[in-house]
Design a protein around this ligand. Structure first.
Ligand code: NAD
Length: 280
């Protein structure tokens, strides 16, 4: 059986560092605030918003949700986000995606002040991540994978990392962050020829395909490490990932739940605190 590399210890370390940053901010009279913008009533958006509100409360960060109807147009959203960007009491802004298809999502993202863009959605932060600029905000999920690896002492430099997925939220920025850590990176997607063979080259297989249990032992070289970014709900209502629970080949795998997800949440708070520090 592969070893399970859980996220909990990484989460504890990030939370402890967050608590110190929070104390320093409060000593200067600052209470950071995260604003989440939600359009419509999608169950997963509401679940995300509830989780973010709880995380903020536990960290002592203020939280506000701006909820717009499903019919909201691009201009309304741009104006809403601009108002939050200009509001000195708001430290970080996150717009829940995907937005309705009728909305120009990138225009809305570009209305976020890059200094408040805590989930790395603006072109400015994307460019920063691609250029390896230290202070840029990377999307929390992509950064969570690297932090999980580093906290657990897993070597990255010089190793073959294969990322399944090229979305702007996870796969692409993750590939860039792994490159920054000196991995040799391959990015796979739906048009990759012989995906299994490419994945079997990996020392570190990072799976963000959004396909439940698609990765099984055929994709994994014996002794490789596997990070499962996927989040799905199975027929019994239980959370599961993109990697089959039955895999035997890897030396280790991150579980779902209990792996990347918690680290992502802790990092969102870290980013809000970093954003608040920038305003000092
Ligand atoms: P997405 O659907 O936007 O992108 C999926 C990517 O995987 C695409 O680039 C696609 O080309 C590739 N892909 C899909 N099927 C494939 C296949 N059969 N073979 C090869 N490539 C394939 O999804 P996303 O937003 O990047 O999220 C990926 C997963 O991560 C989802 O399961 C999502 O729920 C999860 N997620 C987790 C967290 C977290 O905190 N753990 C946060 C965000 C997303």
């Amino acid at each position: 059986m592969p070893e399970l590399i859980k996220g909990l210890e990484t989460v504890k370390a990030i939370r402890a560092a967050n608590a110190l940053r929070m104390q320093a901010l409060q000593a200067k009279g600052i209470t950071p605030c995260l604003a989440v913008v939600r359009v419509g009533e999608r169950a997963d958006d509401i679940a995300y918003e509830t989780g973010a509100a709880k995380n903020c409360k536990n960290a002592g960060v203020r939280f506000t949700a701006v909820v717009l109807p499903q019919t909201a147009d691009t201009q309304t959203l741009v104006q809403t986000v601009r108002t939050l960007s200009e509001d000195a009491s708001i430290s970080g802004i996150m717009v829940l995606r995907p937005l309705p298809k009728t909305v120009d999502e990138q225009r809305v993202m570009e209305a976020i002040d890059p200094d408040k863009d805590v989930d790395g959605a603006t072109r400015a932060n994307q460019a920063g991540v691609y250029a390896g600029v230290k202070d840029s905000f990377a999307p929390c999920t992509a950064e969570a994978v690297v932090r999980l690896l580093k906290y657990n002492g897993i070597a990255i430099a010089g190793r073959e990392a294969v990322v399944i997925g090229r979305s702007p939220v996870v796969g692409r920025p993750l590939a860039m962050l792994m490159l920054k850590e000196n991995a040799t990176v391959t990015v796979c997607h739906t048009k990759t020829a012989d995906l299994e063979a490419v994945c079997r080259r990996a020392d570190l297989l990072l799976v963000a395909a959004g396909q439940r249990a698609m990765v099984d032992d055929r994709f994994i070289r014996p002794g490789a490490g596997v990070v499962d970014v996927g989040i799905h709900v199975d027929e019994d209502g239980k959370l599961c990932g993109d990697v089959a629970k039955t895999v035997q080949q890897p030396a280790w795998v991150t579980p779902v739940p209990g792996g990347v997800g918690g680290v992502t949440s802790a990092l969102l708070i870290e980013h809000v605190l970093r954003a608040a520090e920038r305003k000092l």
